[in-house]
Write a protein that binds this ligand. Structure first.
Ligand SMILES: [Zn+2]
Length: 165
């Protein structure tokens, strides 16, 4: 049973990020929560993933940058309260393993994902048109337009949930 799971796992095209983190199947995922899986599989509320599944018209975050999981946890203005230091480009795999193994980092990951699930519309460009009109340079990060877009799309929240800028 474990043998066939292991070989599916190794050959599988889905779940590569998880495979990077746990190259050998080990039953130590039991303390993982939904938010952890959403982040490490990349199948969460990220503009980049939603675009791949044709659920959003662009792969861009409301801030203008590409909305990958890494973007939200390391550099996005909209999730600044919970950032983790960005990995060097050639150390991404190692970075994901370290974050997965570090309870403090995973707590931040969970908070970002929870925040995103709660205020989902703030984290993706809602239409191609808004990309063209909301700033002079559509794909460049512009803190001011990201902030106003964030405010525009946000539903009222208790003040404790509003990220600090
Ligand atoms: Zn962003």
């Amino acid at each position: 049973m474990i043998d066939s799971w292991q070989s599916d796992w190794t050959r599988g095209k889905t779940g590569r990020s998880i495979h990077n983190i746990f190259p050998q199947v080990k039953l130590r995922l039991t303390d993982w929560r939904r938010e952890d899986f959403l982040f490490f599989t990349g199948h969460g509320p990220f503009a980049h993933s939603l675009f791949r599944f044709r659920l959003k018209p662009t792969p861009f975050c409301a801030c203008g940058k590409e909305g990958t999981p890494l973007h939200y946890i390391t550099e996005c203005d909209l999730t600044e309260s919970w950032h983790i230091t960005k990995p060097a480009a050639n150390l991404k795999d190692l970075w994901f393993r370290r974050v997965a193994g570090n309870p403090h980092s995973r707590a931040k990951v969970r908070q970002v994902i929870k925040h995103m699930l709660k205020t989902r519309t703030s984290f993706s460009r809602t239409s191609i048109t808004s990309v063209k009109t909301s700033s002079s340079s559509a794909y460049q990060s512009d803190k001011q337009s990201a902030l106003s877009s964030h405010l525009l799309h946000s539903k009222p929240m208790p003040s404790s949930n509003i990220p600090r800028y």
